[in-house]
Write a protein that binds this ligand. Structure first.
Ligand SMILES: Cc1ncc(COP(=O)(O)O)c(C=O)c1O
Length: 417
């Protein structure tokens, strides 16, 4: 990662970022200068959100928030709303940065947009796949199966429900969270018996609870053996900004020709404002979600969102450019180092836990951790209903080794009795 050349991603100073964002804002409509009579939008209400030019001259994100550009539609294909072309261009740059410099896609070979979150990006991906199979293979929605593992995020269930497609859950091995291959072959057989003729499959690039990554080849081989057409999506909502920096394995990237699309989420590890999920797809796929009836939108609309905040896209771009690729690598490795520390302590105390190599999530067996510590230290269970089996620690930017020391000491005292 560190020695790679990046086409879009380089560390920029605050001054450089400020000038690029202000230049972009200048290319957007300024409602105070130009009275566009037909646009149902304006800057944020000045009676509530003060627009003080002196205070804003060094604040590109706040300035964008106040100008309130609408990034409706997808800006990596065709035309878009011309009123916000300046900041939409930065979103396009962000999509290319993520798809090419982080996820090893070829130049100009991916589309994408900044979605409301990981949930929306996953639903968009499955929507695109469903429509692809319905239109290319002439299938009914009920003949397209959605396949994902039992450690997958619940957005898969939302997608199946909304899109009215049957879903199938692959079992994982209890200890190492890998896909149970024998059970998968049986699940695929039962899918065929249920009349499934094509499969939308989602492999995790780090799961919510364990940080584990599903080997995409396991799904690919099983579906090829079963002679079922499939399209593969990677859910990197948690791991998309972590995994590529702690692993050189290209199976979880666009370099893997079986991967069609990927979800990332900047409002988790990137610490961007909520509303910054990212959907990326190889070119040619997003148009399957185009709503032809969106006639009033220039370039139509192939996204689930409709209107969405341009300031969100700008915030993600600003954060990534502030760090640059090496700065980001260092940040993720610092978190991983802190997780190494926790892992060593848990091993010494004799606590049972799971950690994917390099990950910043450490998930402990619930029987090893007393309830008081779960509450006191804000550990998150795998289930809030009934009995939890696991509790996780997620080592974010604000969780230092010093913050974990009292937890480890209390855990040790509990074990010592
Ligand atoms: C693996 C994974 N996918 C999807 C999501 C959903 O993301 P969001 O809450 O941004 O919709 C999450 C959230 O925790 C996640 O961990």
């Amino acid at each position: 990662m560190t020695h790679q050349k990046h086409a879009h991603w380089r560390k920029l100073t605050h001054e450089e970022i400020t000038s690029i964002v202000f230049e972009a804002l200048d290319k957007n409509i300024d409602y105070r200068q130009r009275k566009a009579l037909g646009v149902p939008a304006s800057h944020l209400d000045e009676r509530v959100f003060y627009n003080n030019p002196m205070l804003l001259q060094n604040a590109p994100f706040l300035s964008t928030l106040l100008q309130n550009p609408n990034h409706i539609g997808c800006h990596t294909i065709g035309e878009s709303e011309p009123f916000f072309a300046g900041t939409q261009r930065i979103e396009k740059e962000l999509i290319q940065l993520c798809a090419e410099d982080i996820l090893k896609g070829e130049s100009d070979a991916q589309d994408g947009y900044v979605a409301a979150g990981g949930t929306e990006a996953n639903i968009q991906a499955i929507w695109v796949f469903r429509n692809y199979f319905m239109s290319e293979l002439n299938l009914q929605a009920s003949e397209v199966g959605l396949l994902f593992s039992e450690d997958s995020h619940y957005s898969m269930f939302k997608a199946a429900n909304l899109l009215q497609i049957p879903h199938f859950v692959a079992k994982v091995n209890e200890g190492d969270r890998t896909i149970d291959e024998r059970a998968l072959a049986e699940t695929i057989e039962s899918m065929k018996k249920d009349g499934i003729k094509a499969v939308a499959v989602v492999a995790n690039m780090m799961t919510t609870m364990f940080g584990s990554a599903d080997n995409p080849d396991v799904y690919v081989n099983a579906l090829k053996n079963a002679d079922l057409p499939f399209k593969l999506h990677l859910d990197g909502a948690y791991g998309g900004f972590v995994f590529p920096f702690v692993s050189k394995d290209e199976r979880w990237s666009f370099a893997n020709t079986d991967v069609s699309s990927i979800t990332l989420d900047a409002h988790k590890m990137v610490q961007a404002p909520y509303g910054t999920g990212i959907y990326l797809a190889k070119k040619g796929l997003i148009p399957y979600a185009t709503t032809g009836e969106a006639q009033y939108v220039a370039g139509l609309d192939a996204t689930l969102s409709g209107s969405r905040s341009g300031a969100n896209a700008i915030s993600v771009w600003m954060i990534l450019q502030t760090y640059g690729p090496n700065g980001w690598f260092e940040k993720i490795h610092l978190l991983s180092y802190r997780a190494d520390w926790l892992e060593r302590q848990l091993n010494e105390i004799g606590i049972e836990f799971y950690r994917y190599p390099g990950s910043n999530i450490v998930t402990m067996r619930s029987h090893s951790v007393p309830k008081e510590l779960v509450e006191k230290y804000g550990l998150v269970p795998d289930s809030h209903e009934g009995n939890a089996n696991w509790y996780k620690v997620v080592i974010m930017d604000h969780v230092s080794v010093d913050d974990m020391v009292p937890f480890v000491e209390e855990l040790q005292a509990h074990v010592n009795g």
